[in-house]
Write a protein that binds this ligand. Structure first.
Ligand code: SF4
Ligand code: SF4
Length: 408
């Protein structure tokens, strides 16, 4: 296994700094706190271990430093960013700095008053998440009663004149509802609909056996999306990306490690990708101790998988390496135990069989029924997070689902 605690052989920070473009996209994860408990949440399983949040002044410093090195797009996310009462202050500062700002929210806490204040502060865009087009499944998957509230919030967002993206994470439970989800987005006047097939990191990885769809479900959903694009493409732009597990080649993850994306976690840890926190041995720098410019250009964490220098076989000699840069590092780690391996989604990877087996198990009705019976969904909540964090420290601690384990 590659030792991630050591700098890559032959790479000096100065070699890369001259050729590295600036980050374009800053994602400010303001908090891990969230009133929802989504089964597919991308926050780290042990998020309760990282709960000390940056102050307003520290976030303002992050925004200024990021803008100074060239970042232009800014997402405020979480958790639920609106559990903090300083979002309006941060939006105002970001607007003054010239960022294009996007609020990524579950809708909980987005009152008319706050919408008006955010508009006055200069917020450009809002992304509102739904879990499904039905109240039953929306509320089951988030383990909350939030469907009606989200509907009211969507109407308020439009009343305040914001461009709106509706986001819905897809998996085996709601893929059959894709047509209804699109109808819902059209009825709400969304300009964009992001049908985001589940990425299996964080809580989604823990629930992968429950959430993984069948190939037939995906193909049917794709056909529905294609129909709506033909008939309603002018009114609402629909994004639908087939999940990696069903492909033979990986995606160019984050458009390249340390290429365009710079995330900052609630506690100030800088992230080259959303899930980088889960990679063992990678020392992630913190904005409280290191200037953002130094983090982006010089830190080992951001240089570790930047470009092509670090690739191992079969990627190193592969003619497609410029295209996908070896795929996703977190997926490589989760499925092969080594973040420097080829993403096992690739059929040239010696570990590709692990992905094939996951897809085959999802396709087997009897295997899916066994999973549903024996492995209740692990909902994202503080109690489960604390147990998982303890289990990571002491492997004999048993983690039990805090969710109902009930079926929708
Ligand atoms: S995925 Fe769900 S639980 Fe996770 S931050 Fe978003 S709304 Fe909260
Ligand atoms: S071997 Fe590596 S570089 Fe080649 S296609 Fe597969 S993941 Fe991409």
């Amino acid at each position: 296994m590659t030792d991630l605690s050591q700098p890559a052989a032959g790479v000096q920070p100065d070699d890369t700094a001259a050729s590295v473009p600036p980050p374009l996209w800053l994602l400010a994860e303001l908090t891990y706190r969230c009133p929802l408990h989504c089964a597919f949440c991308y926050n780290p399983l042990d998020y309760t271990d990282h709960s000390r949040e940056l102050s307003t002044a520290q976030w303002i410093d992050v925004l200024r430093e990021a803008r100074a090195i060239g970042a232009v797009q800014l997402g405020f996310s979480g958790g639920e960013p609106l559990v903090r009462d300083d979002v309006e202050v941060l939006v105002e500062e970001a607007h003054k700095l010239g960022f294009y700002t996007n609020l990524i929210t579950s809708g909980v806490g987005l009152t008319d008053q706050r919408l008006g204040d955010l508009k006055a502060a200069g917020l450009d865009h809002i992304q509102l998440s739904f879990q499904d087009s039905t109240q039953q499944l929306n509320d089951f998957l988030s383990s909350t009663r939030t469907f009606e509230l989200k509907q009211r919030v969507a109407a308020s967002i439009k009343r305040h004149g914001f461009p709106m993206v509706l986001n819905c994470v897809l998996h085996r439970y709601n893929l059959p509802h894709v047509g209804k989800i699109i109808d819902m987005a059209l009825a709400m006047g969304a300009e964009y609909l992001e049908l985001a097939n589940t990425q299996y990191y964080g809580w989604a990885h823990a629930n992968e056996a429950q959430l993984m769809p069948t190939r037939e479900q995906l193909e049917e959903a794709e056909a529905v999306v294609a129909h709506y694009r033909r008939t309603h493409g002018e009114r609402c732009k629909i994004f639908f990306v087939v999940p990696d597990y069903f492909e033979h080649r990986p995606k160019r993850c984050m458009n390249g490690w340390g290429a365009v994306f710079l995330g900052v976690a609630p506690d100030g840890v800088a992230l080259p990708c959303h899930a980088a926190r889960g990679l063992p041995g990678l020392t992630l720098p913190n904005v409280k101790e290191t200037p953002l410019r130094e983090i982006w250009y010089e830190s080992d964490a951001f240089n570790r998988f930047r470009g092509l220098h670090w690739l191992k076989e079969p990627c190193r000699s592969c003619e497609e390496k410029e295209h996908d840069l070896g795929g996703c590092r977190c997926q490589a780690y989760l499925l092969t135990g080594d973040a420097a391996n080829a993403d096992p989604v690739c059929d040239k990877s010696p570990f590709h069989e692990t992905v094939v087996k996951v897809v085959q198990r999802a396709a087997s009705a009897s295997a899916a029924a066994t999973v549903a019976r024996e492995q209740p969904i692990l909902f994202r909540n503080d109690a489960n997070s604390r147990k998982l964090a303890a289990a990571a420290r002491e492997p004999d601690v048993t983690v039990i689902s805090g969710g109902s384990g009930a079926k929708p």
